[in-house]
Design a protein around this ligand. Structure first.
Ligand SMILES: Nc1nc2c(c(=O)[nH]1)N[C@H]1C(S)=C(S)[C@@H](COP(=O)(O)OP(=O)(O)OC[C@H]3O[C@@H](n4cnc5c(=O)[nH]c(N)nc54)[C@H](O)[C@@H]3O)O[C@H]1N2
Ligand SMILES: Nc1nc2c(c(=O)[nH]1)N[C@H]1C(S)=C(S)[C@@H](COP(=O)(O)OP(=O)(O)OC[C@H]3O[C@@H](n4cnc5c(=O)[nH]c(N)nc54)[C@H](O)[C@@H]3O)O[C@H]1N2
Ligand code: SF4
Ligand SMILES: [Mo]
Length: 916
């Protein structure tokens, strides 16, 4: 039977509504929900490809698995046994070493209900605040700055402001890649009114920067200097709003005294931009009828992330560009439910409903609401992510439970995380997919149901709460995250001694969860959890006392606050100039520019930036399952400015070692004009599932912002050297790419460079270097790929020239190959497999394909720009050379007509191509 289920996309913080089509328990299709106020039916490449990531159960975590000793392998276990075991091990550690000897590291991709149960488990039952999330790597600087300046967390703006803004300042955001559907709304607004100004602050010339009216390619990490310089100009040009400042803010005089010294010329020099550009930006911002800032990780992921946010908010407060349509500081949320996580207080420094752990009254309120004894919640702040893993490495935290995040890939300086997990006594990993870099460290693997299979709520970037609904049953024995946490919590409740559960003074009572004291975990469904959560918000800034599943069902997704009796949520906050601070006034902060934690120097002369690609999501556990999502960027690479490469005698495709003070990895080089001198860029996505290394976080730094504790994932000093590993092997095989990946992945780490790429849904390619004399490895790869033997294998060896070539046949078709030494035929062989055309010549002639051309290191294929219509870069360039404009390209090639994710890049290609 065919069903259609209304739900929400599981990727970015835009929070697009989707209609999931399913048949016979399988997700078969997806459409944008035309009625959802985030996307009105649109989806981007990632959202549209969700069904492809759900084809089959291969690679999913399907059963609980337990290993009793580190030396043994995990064995499948029954749910009750696995849950009992986790509860027993946690209880042992808590009773022996105290509650702060355990920790929870969770995720902004959990649903609000999942998050709520974990938070209550840690803070309400275990009584530790050691619960932190990957939002620490993502939103915590934005949260800290909102609280310091406006008095409360959460953006004051809404999506409608995107259409109403007249000046848009993008700071450290690459929206066309990271928030594509919201960017479509900006494109439309600007198409309607070309006088709208776009200013982009980003060291890189991204597709967004290429479309901007003004691109400020600042030196990495210098945003505070830029914003202070802009404010200086506004103050001394008289373009600030003194009436607004006087009526609604505090602290302006200190800020004014500070920025007196930050002249535009000094600021421009620090930022490495033209002073006239800085002045232009200041004027467009201050004089605008409505100035909106959209900012993301370029500000937050910094050792001065809070100050970067505050310096930008200063501009809004000084000019009164806040609390009115089209204006305000709009922090774009990364993950689908980073906001929901903050709402339930799921971080080491927070309590439920935007309360603070450090605040005795807040604690007392939560104690009363949860029904735990007065004074029993721990006042000791928990450890934020980086400190948490350090404490594990130091043996202070003995047991850690990781859910819905992959820290062995996504944390800075991953070797530190690996060390921690090797040291830990007990590691629980709650995952939906088996192939991640964290799963091997699990003593217990708890299989989680995932998108399309689970139900609850998420809150998007504009504070809008949407329903997530299950369209199919979870595979195997996977269970919803809230259920898993709830089951362990009940067992732990029964195990922890009364003294632990109810404090010293009540130790005589029988509160062991066996019936006398009501359980803290009475939840029978995710709806029960939501209903408890909303009662905790009543009277708070995020009051959702009036919101229920039923309400969302009937009236659609709603924005908070949504107090009891409200007819609808609030689109915009602070419209009356009354802020969430004690005196109702927003606060200016005197933000002083400070350099990045690790500036480049003679030994590590390059500044490393990291960020996202258009079609991949984080560690690729999901997007890495769909071949089509590799089209736009087939493999990991390090981008470098052409002159910087040439000066070092390096060229496109060369393998280089990227080394920092912490770690190193090898990547192929990709030259570009889009980076400032002395700066290199690596995407964050590739991990040990696709590379011999763990990806770029081998090199990044764990330095954190002093206020938000967010690590500086965007900046580290590195050295780039030729890896001097000649290209030696390319192999490919047609088949089940997930199975092939699983078979090949364990071999990767043995090479100094090895990489897997998915060429198509049924074609996997492996490249490796440094394998000269290592014949056994080649044989193992051959076996892992399942290349045919005997008659169907054509072999050719030339020992003198160090070449070996094998081509596997499936009847008349090429099915796979493995080339060592001379790899130039690889590209043509891959094409041969892709097209699936029968080979007509004599078999031995196949190895001559590609001739004796230059050795090709990179993916040789023409890059696919438009994924929906499979239109390549060269097709677009050829049409552009004939003078075609965007509309003509759309009607002839069809590119950019479906999801629109490629339109910014098409526009850029059009500008770069001169018609012949
Ligand atoms: N395709 C895709 N979309 C995603 C995600 C994904 O994995 N893939 N993840 C989601 C998540 S969780 C997040 S947090 C968001 C992130 O969304 P974004 O923050 O927009 O994405 P990033 O590419 O991480 O970083 C944005 C830009 O910051 C720039 N930058 C680096 N250093 C500086 C600096 O010092 N100053 C300034 N002004 N800019 C700097 C980088 O060059 C980069 O272009 O994306 C969300 N959306
Ligand atoms: N160098 C560098 N590093 C970065 C960043 C950067 O810009 N540069 N960005 C940082 C940012 S902003 C972020 S948000 C983090 C993201 O880092 P991570 O949180 O590590 O990213 P994901 O790969 O999305 O991890 C989510 C995991 O949960 C699993 N999963 C999916 N659905 C479910 C489910 O329903 N339940 C459970 N239990 N598991 C599920 C997925 O398979 C995946 O392994 O990375 C950070 N790291
Ligand atoms: S913009 Fe794309 S990834 Fe983000 S929620 Fe919408 S469809 Fe999903
Ligand atoms: Mo993020």
């Amino acid at each position: 039977m065919k069903t259609v289920t209304r739900s929400t996309c599981c990727y970015c913080g835009v929070g697009c509504g989707v209609l999931i089509e399913a048949e016979d328990g399988r997700v078969t299709g997806i459409e944008g929900d035309p009625d959802h106020p985030s996307n009105f039916g649109r989806l981007c490449t990632k959202g549209r490809s969700l069904p492809l990531t759900m084809a089959g159960h291969a690679g999913r975590a399907l059963h609980p698995e337990v290993r009793l000793t580190r030396e043994s392998a995990r064995e499948p276990a029954e749910w009750p046994d696995a849950l009992d075991y986790v509860a027993a091990r946690f209880a042992d550690v808590i009773e022996r070493d105290g509650p702060d000897a355990v920790a929870f590291y969770i995720s902004g991709q959990l649903l609000t209900e999942d998050y709520y149960v974990f938070n209550k488990l840690a803070k309400g039952l275990v009584r530790t605040n050691n619960i932190d999330t990957n939002s620490r790597l993502c939103m915590s600087s934005a949260v800290t700055a909102y609280k310091k300046s406006l008095g409360a967390d959460g953006p004051p703006t809404c999506y409608e402001d995107i259409e109403l803004a007249h000046t848009v300042l993008f700071a450290g955001s690459n929206m066309p890649y990271a928030h594509p559907v919201l960017f479509r709304r900006l494109e439309e607004a600007k198409a309607k009114d070309p006088s709208i100004k776009w200013i982009v602050v980003d060291p890189r010339r991204t597709d967004l920067a290429a479309l901007a009216d003004l691109h400020l390619a600042i030196a990495p990490g210098t945003d505070v200097a830029l914003f202070n310089g802009m404010l200086h100009h506004m103050i001394w040009e008289g373009s600030i709003d003194p009436a607004y400042i006087a009526a609604h803010t505090n602290g302006f005089d200190d800020l004014k005294a500070l920025v007196r010294g930050d002249t535009p010329s000094m600021a421009a020099e620090i930022c490495g931009i033209a002073e006239t550009d800085l002045l232009q930006a200041a004027e467009w911002f201050a004089a605008s009828p409505a100035a909106l800032s959209l900012y993301c990780m370029g500000l937050n992921q910094s050792s001065h992330g809070t100050d970067k946010n505050l310096a930008l908010i200063n501009l809004h407060l000084a000019t009164g560009q806040i609390g009115k349509p089209g204006a305000g500081p709009f922090s774009l949320t990364g993950q689908p439910n980073a906001m929901g996580g903050r709402e339930v207080g799921g971080m080491a420094t927070m309590l439920a409903a935007h309360r603070d752990i450090g605040n005795a009254e807040d604690r007392a309120q939560v104690e009363a609401l949860w029904g735990v004894g007065a004074g029993e919640l721990s006042a000791r702040p928990g450890l934020p992510a980086v400190d948490m893993f350090d404490a594990v490495a130091e043996g202070k935290i003995k047991a850690i439970w990781i859910a819905c995040t992959n820290p062995v890939h996504s944390m800075p300086d991953i070797e530190r995380v690996r060390r921690a997990l090797r040291t830990a006594e007990f590691v629980v990993v709650q995952e939906a997919f088996e192939q991640t870099d964290t799963v091997p460290y699990a003593d217990v693997l708890l299989p989680a149901s995932s998108w399309g299979e689970k139900s609850g709520t998420v809150t998007n970037s504009e504070r809008r709460i949407s329903r997530v609904r299950a369209a199919v049953e979870p595979p195997g024995e996977a269970r919803p995250d809230w259920w898993i946490a709830n089951e362990v919590a009940r067992r732990l409740e029964a195990r922890l001694s009364p003294r632990q559960r109810h404090g010293n003074e009540q130790s005589d009572g029988n509160h062991d969860g066996s019936g006398n004291a009501p359980s803290l975990f009475p939840f029978a469904s995710e709806q029960d959890v939501f209903d408890e959560h909303r009662t905790l918000t009543v009277g708070r800034d995020l009051d959702i006392g009036g919101l229920s599943y039923e309400r969302i069902e009937n009236d659609g997704p709603q924005q908070w606050p949504f107090p009891s009796g409200a007819a609808k949520g609030s689109a915009r906050r602070y419209t009356d100039g009354l802020f969430a601070t004690v005196d109702g006034r927003a606060r200016f902060h005197a933000t002083r520019y400070l350099p990045v934690a690790e500036p480049a120097d003679a030994r590590y002369p390059f500044r490393l930036l990291t960020g996202r690609l258009r079609d991949q999501w984080h560690g690729m556990s999901r997007t890495g399952r769909a071949g089509v999502l590799f089209n736009h960027a087939p493999e990991a690479a390090l981008s470098i400015r052409r002159e910087d490469a040439a000066r070092r005698g390096l060229k496109d495709g060369d393998l280089v070692t990227v080394a920092s003070r912490r770690g190193r990895l090898v990547l192929p080089l990709e030259t570009t004009e889009d980076l400032p001198p002395g700066t290199v860029f690596a995407p964050m996505h590739w991990s040990g599932q696709f590379l011999d290394s763990g990806g770029i976080n081998e090199a990044t730094i764990g330095a954190v912002d002093p206020d938000s504790k967010q690590p500086e994932l965007k900046h580290a000093a590195v050295r780039i050297e030729a890896a001097k590993l000649p290209w030696r092997l390319v192999a490919a095989k047609r088949g089940d790419v997930l199975a092939l990946r699983a078979a090949v992945q364990p071999l990767l780490a043995e090479r100094r460079y090895a990489s897997i790429r998915v060429e198509a849904d049924d074609l996997l390619v492996v490249t490796a270097a440094d394998i000269d004399a290592d014949v056994p490895w080649t044989e193992r790869l051959h076996d892992a790929l399942g290349l045919a033997r005997g008659d169907d294998l054509l072999e050719y060896r030339d020992a003198r020239r160090g070449r070996a070539q094998r081509v596997a046949w499936d009847a008349e078709r090429v099915d796979g190959f493995l080339l060592t030494g001379e790899t130039s035929p690889a590209a043509a062989l891959i094409d041969q497999i892709r097209t699936g055309a029968p080979w007509e010549g004599p078999r031995h002639a196949i190895v001559l394909l590609g001739g004796d051309g230059p050795q090709r290191a990179r993916a040789p294929r023409d890059r696919v720009v438009c994924n929906c219509k499979q239109v390549t870069q060269s097709q677009i360039e050829q049409a552009a050379a004939k003078g075609a404009a965007l509309d003509e390209l759309k009607s002839t090639l069809g590119c950019g007509t479906v999801c629109g994710s490629c339109v910014p890049e098409i526009k850029r290609l059009l500008t770069a191509t001169t018609p012949a």
